[in-house]
Design a binder for this molecule. Structure first.
Ligand SMILES: C[S@@+](CC[C@H](N)C(=O)[O-])C[C@H]1O[C@@H](n2cnc3c(N)ncnc32)[C@H](O)[C@@H]1O
Length: 390
């Protein structure tokens, strides 16, 4: 990493090829222009934020706005760049409640946006639309997005998605196996992204009920029900009807589009229910799902936090967990550790964890290390549902 007084408090990885192609394409766009705040979106490592701070080193009044849907990544940026943050040269969305990108960035004077291409087309459309709304609301007709990715993951559909919001979209020169798309001239009249919609039929205390589902941005699964979660709900609902599970406080840890949170709110009408996710899009999607099913009430909350960091120890009777097993395309069995630790911390003694995992992975020992009475509740070719008692 090149660095001036933007030197972060912790060691960051060097810029990778995609980040270097983003910066080169931005430079070829004519640099920063001024006023020259920069908006960085979805910086997972801090390397792009550090480079943006370096670029602005000569412009004492300019600021880097770095926006991330992940709470953990936002907190990591805050820890790594405590100095620039305190000096006001870096602005992060560290609020407890997630804010929409266009609202966060409206406070900036950025005309240039640096981003990695979101993994999904839905995520890219969401980003493009939010920037279109930002451009219209703040009269930034020259707002330009430079979004980079690995060539093998780039498709023509990404250009087409950007073209729905930007009049000009072109590819940059490649650098190794990475390339950037440069989107400029936002079209007037772009509408804010609306949630995508879907539905799932689930058992609620033995009766079939159709639940509406909403997808926002890059939320896991979009508006579709995850097959593992449906298997978990079948087994859990049977246990609830049989009186094997009772809960006054229930948590859906990693709530995604809110399928499990909505189930809890419907099946436990007198309980305190919490849906919680590290991803701001998941928080918005879960809230939209609850609203679509008429399941909003004061005792049903949705929080943006990592691994239940704001929830008290021994405060819950039931935790549902359908954890992530992939980091991008790579299976990463360690992702689940922090989530199981979180479940063990917030469950009161006697409380239950219900957990679904891919059948080819072995998680029973992980549960055994933290909980007692681990039971396999059901299993099919793809998924296994376990319950465990704290
Ligand atoms: C496999 S998805 C399951 C989503 C949803 N519960 C469902 O059943 O469709 C896992 C979810 O966990 C969230 N997640 C990952 N790590 C997390 C963490 N440390 N704290 C909170 N949520 C996390 C992801 O953002 C994602 O929404």
């Amino acid at each position: 990493m090149t660095s001036t007084d933007a030197t972060p408090e912790t060691t960051l990885p060097a810029l990778d090829q995609t980040e270097r192609v983003i910066l080169r394409a931005a430079e070829e766009e004519g640099g920063l222009g001024c006023p020259c705040d920069l908006l960085v979106v979805g910086d997972t490592t801090g390397a792009l934020t550090a480079a943006a701070l370096d670029l602005l080193a000569e412009h004492p009044d300019a600021r880097v706005y770095s926006w991330n849907t992940s709470r953990a990544e936002t907190d990591a940026l805050a820890a790594a760049f405590a100095g620039p943050l305190a000096e006001g040269r870096l602005v992060l969305a560290t609020d407890t409640e997630p804010r929409a990108l266009e609202e966060f960035a409206a406070g900036s004077e950025a005309h240039l946006v640096l981003a990695r291409l979101p993994k999904s087309l839905a995520g890219l459309e969401d980003l493009a639309r939010r920037l279109g709304v930002l451009a219209a609301a703040t009269d930034r007709e020259d707002l330009t997005l430079v979004a980079g990715g690995r060539v093998k993951h780039m498709t023509r559909s990404q250009n087409e998605t950007l073209e729905t919001v930007f009049a000009e979209v072109r590819g940059s020169r490649g650098l190794g196996k990475s390339r950037a798309l440069v989107a400029s001239s936002p079209r007037p009249g772009t509408e804010a992204p609306a949630p995508t919609t879907g539905s799932a039929t689930v058992p609620v205390r033995g009766a079939r009920r159709e639940l509406s589902l909403c997808g926002v941005g890059g939320v896991f699964g979009g508006a579709r029900a995850d097959a593992g979660s449906l298997l978990l709900l079948d087994a859990l609902d049977r246990a609830l009807v049989a009186g094997e599970v009772a809960a006054e406080t229930a948590i859906d840890l990693g709530c995604g589009n809110g399928l499990l949170t909505a189930y809890l709110a419907a099946a436990l009408p007198d309980a305190q229910v919490l849906g919680s996710d590290d991803d701001a899009d998941a928080v918005a999607a879960t809230r939209a799902t609850l609203a679509a099913n008429g399941l909003e009430r004061e005792s049903v909350q949705v929080t943006w936090e990592t691994s239940l960091s704001r929830q008290a120890e021994a405060s819950a009777d039931l935790v549902l967990l359908n954890p992530p097993f992939h980091d991008g395309t790579v299976v990463d069995a360690t992702l689940v550790q922090g989530l199981l630790d979180a479940a063990a911390r917030v469950l009161r003694p006697g409380g239950q964890l219900w957990f679904v995992h891919n059948s080819h992975l072995r998680y029973r020992p992980e549960l055994g290390a933290r909980f007692g009475s681990v039971r396999q509740r059901t299993r099919d070719r793809r998924f296994t549902v376990l319950s465990a008692v704290r």
